[in-house]
Design a protein around this ligand. Structure first.
Ligand SMILES: Nc1nc2c(c(=O)[nH]1)N[C@H]1C(S)=C(S)[C@@H](COP(=O)(O)O)O[C@H]1N2
Ligand SMILES: [Mo]
Length: 284
């Protein structure tokens, strides 16, 4: 008999679209996957705690991520609200993509995400010509998320992309990981994944996406503008004021496993054109 999961299934995120097939364009050839155990137990999710090893437990003590409504609005022809499962069905399902993932704290993973390209959701919303940015907002619920009882961040956590970034084929919305619905600690039931940018851009547990004409101020930029910018593109040549970004620790790779960090986290071919003529040192 199979061991029952310690996490009640009722608390898991959106189940629509599984089982899922790997998109052959992003099949992870040449990459070593980070194990499911590390992906789901070494987490940054300040709504719960700043202790990476403690998020999993705190995010699974009754916080409900199903059902979950996401609201799309702002400068669009077609504003809408949808349950995440309904949204997945409306967009024609999900696929799996294996991406590198690089945190600004100089550690990295390789993760098989399940979800859909952000572009599909943008096409459904039909942005007006005045829309230049997408602003993403996380839930606020201090009863379920004890980290929100503390003023570490001016809640809710927000992030943003410009339109060229958001419509790039790599920009992905995940509802799962490793072929299963997203566990709460990974940002159930719906999160962003922007693999050429530092991990903090990949905002978790999204409740609202707004199309705006002005550039929104993202949470980490607001907290420490000299350390974290709007773009946050992975760049080994631009160090964080307090540490080098030239290399990264490979999570689950064993003691002292490191590798050089790549410009745009190895996705220069796909996204380099967006930043032609941009001073990446000034716009970090
Ligand atoms: N809402 C929210 N989203 C968030 C964060 C957070 O604290 N709150 N942390 C970010 C950071 S710093 C990283 S590295 C990734 C971590 O994602 P993971 O736990 O799935 O690896 O989530 C990002 N998204
Ligand atoms: Mo991060």
């Amino acid at each position: 008999m199979a061991m029952p999961s310690l996490i009640p299934q009722a608390l898991a995120g959106a189940t629509a679209g599984f089982p899922v097939k790997v998109n052959p364009k992003f099949d992870g050839s040449g990459l070593d996957l980070t194990s499911y155990k590390y992906v789901t137990s070494y987490n940054n999710f300040y709504e719960f705690t700043t202790d990476k090893g403690g998020v999993k437990e705190l995010a699974n003590q009754g916080w409900k991520t199903d059902p979950w409504t996401i609201k799309i609005g702002g400068l669009v022809e077609n504003p809408f609200k949808a349950d995440v499962n309904e949204l997945v069905k409306k967009l024609g399902g999900i696929e799996e993509r294996i991406y590198r993932f690089r945190c600004v704290e100089a550690w990295s993973m390789v993760v098989p995400w399940d979800g859909f390209p952000l572009r599909k959701l943008i096409e459904l919303a039909k942005p007006k010509s005045s829309a230049r940015f997408l602003k993403f907002t996380t839930f606020v619920d201090p009863k379920s998320a004890p980290g929100q009882k503390r003023r570490t961040i001016d809640w809710p956590y927000v992030e943003a992309l410009n339109m060229a970034e958001a419509t790039n084929d790599l920009a992905f919305v995940a509802t799962g990981v490793y072929g299963k619905p997203l566990p709460n600690q990974n940002g159930a039931p719906i999160r962003l994944v922007v693999p050429w940018k530092y991990g903090f851009k990949s905002i978790k547990s999204i409740v609202k996406i707004e199309f705006t004409s002005k550039r929104p101020v993202n949470t980490w930029q607001q907290l420490a503008p000299e350390e974290y910018g709007f773009y946050a593109n992975v760049n080994p040549e631009v160090d964080h004021p307090r540490w080098s970004q030239a290399s990264e620790r490979i999570i689950g790779g064993g003691f002292s496993a490191r590798q050089p960090t790549l410009l745009f986290n190895g996705y220069e071919k796909e996204v380099g054109h967006i930043y032609k003529g941009v001073n990446l040192r000034l716009l970090y």
